[in-house]
Design a protein around this ligand. Structure first.
Ligand code: TRP
Length: 470
């Protein structure tokens, strides 16, 4: 990219490649990866070959925090549950302020979860279900309320060919699929923007949208999302909607009407990394509303069946396994997926396969629960003991089981069930502890910690503290 743009070009003409040296020409083939809420693609190397998304680079570029072993350990301690396989294997890889949420949670301060989906079609694929499955896990281990936002307005603003009616229909359809992931009705509120904002329950939400809108400049939006003067004005305004859902005060029917107390309830947002710009924007402006910045936890994308340079896309049928696919379709699609195996079985036995680009193996890292089995497949494949056909068979079996379990749960989701999830109502929520209760929780924790130490340990800590202070 860089080299080509250094050469002055005629407006409207392609870059004058002929004016470049050979080295510059090859550099000109390279393309940086693009990750925004509206476009996700890996980069291109100097030979024009697509390369996989580099998530480490994203952490540096976005300025988020890596999730490391120490944080996982702390997470397991705080929740009393084993880390989800997506956490253990680094597919949930980055965060903002997760430690702040854990600090508060340990003192008995509850929080709420917020996630969402842009309903751009009526069919969801297994890549969409990943962040939702992880969200369900978080809801289970923390036992907290969850708000799910379906942005039918966003999809309408951003997609030339979609009508409002279609987007709303997709939202209702998607809601049923999302419910089938297994969320707890007593703790989950789902809403579609167009329907909710017109209801009598949206007063406080709309107020927060206006507060956010007033404090967001067109400059910020241009900078954060790369919009130009050709983007429509609704696109410029929409981020205020996605932000407003991060604040507990937007939902008094869930959290209560004591604004002072409710404004202290923190929010944790599990989302795919492409949504980070929205919440960076929200975090920048939240202090101006005197409201807490939401914490965020980021997941990677499920690679496309075509290879790990791109994510699954609902508009490219052969790139994805849909939650509505039959066992036969799944088998066929995995059979044609990009393989990291060698050309012939002989070669495979001799050189082994490349698990880092093998799509069936990559999928198993997302869907196979058993760590030992996964390790067996990895070493077996790399050493050439396991053929690519066997890897595909293992992957097919796992995805068929995943989708058929989903299919069963989906059957139980009726229109009535959907309506109940989408009805504004109180959710089960322990409520904010008083100052005294928080103090008592801290005391209990202090005593428990102290009880686990010997006198020697305490003496060591005391000395170490003096040493480090001096
Ligand atoms: N903008 C998201 C999309 O297009 C939908 C969304 C709204 C969302 N709020 C969210 C996703 C919070 C994750 C977390 O898919």
């Amino acid at each position: 990219m860089a080299a080509a743009t250094e050469v002055p070009d005629e407006p409207g003409q392609p870059p004058a490649l002929t004016a470049l040296s050979l080295a510059q020409q090859s550099q000109a083939m390279t393309k940086e990866q693009i990750i925004t809420p509206f476009d996700v693609s890996g980069g291109v190397d100097e030979h024009g070959k697509p390369i996989a998304i580099d998530y480490n680079k994203l952490i540096d570029k976005f300025g988020s925090q890596r999730i490391d072993g120490a944080l996982l350990e702390r997470f397991e301690k705080a929740t009393g549950h084993r880390a989800h396989r997506l956490l253990r294997r680094g597919m949930v890889f980055s965060h903002r302020d997760l430690t702040v949420i854990l600090d508060k949670y340990e003192k008995g301060v509850p929080f709420f979860l917020y996630t969402g989906r842009g309903p751009s079609s009526d069919s969801m694929h297994v890549g969409h279900s990943i962040p939702f499955e992880f969200t369900k896990y978080l809801q289970d281990v923390f036992n907290v309320p969850l708000v799910i936002m379906l942005t039918d307005d966003e999809k309408f603003f951003h997609t030339a060919k979609l009508t409002q009616k279609e987007c709303r229909r997709f939202a209702m359809q998607n809601a049923m699929d999302i419910i089938a992931i297994g969320f707890d009705m007593k703790k989950t509120f789902i809403f579609a923007d167009s329907e909710f904002t017109e209801s009598a329950f949206a007063g406080a939400f709309n107020e927060n949208v206006r507060e956010m809108g007033k404090r967001t400049t067109a400059n910020q939006i241009r900078h954060t999302f790369g919009f130009t003067d050709s983007n429509n004005i609704s696109e410029f305004h929409f981020p205020a909607m996605q932000s407003a859902t991060s604040f507990a005060t937007s939902f008094p029917f869930i959290f209560g009407y004591d604004t002072k107390k409710v404004s202290k309830i923190p929010c944790l947002i599990p989302c795919a990394i492409d949504q980070d710009p929205y919440f960076r924007q929200c975090r920048d402006n939240a202090p101006r509303l005197k409201l807490p910045k939401p914490a965020i936890i980021h997941t990677v994308f499920l690679p496309s069946l075509r290879g790990s340079e791109s994510k699954m896309s609902a508009s490219d049928v052969d790139s994805s396994i849909f939650l509505s696919d039959t066992d036969k379709q799944i088998k066929k699609k995995i059979g044609q997926a990009f393989s990291g195996g060698q050309e012939t079985l002989e070669e495979q036995r001799e050189k082994g396969g490349r698990t880092n680009v093998d799509v069936p193996f990559q999928y198993l890292t997302f869907f196979l629960e058993d760590d030992d089995k996964l390790e067996e497949l990895r070493t077996g494949y790399e050493s050439g003991k396991i053929a690519s056909g066997d890897m595909k068979a293992a992957c097919t079996k796992e995805l068929q089981a995943y989708v058929s379990a989903f299919r069963e749960r989906r059957k139980a989701v009726t229109e009535k069930v959907r309506e109940e999830f989408m009805r504004p109502r109180q959710l089960e929520f322990t409520g904010m502890p008083s100052e005294e209760e928080q103090k008592a929780a801290r005391k209990t924790k202090f005593a428990a910690l102290l009880g686990s130490l010997s006198l020697d340990d305490i003496e060591f800590l005391r000395q170490e503290k003096t040493n480090q202070d001096s």
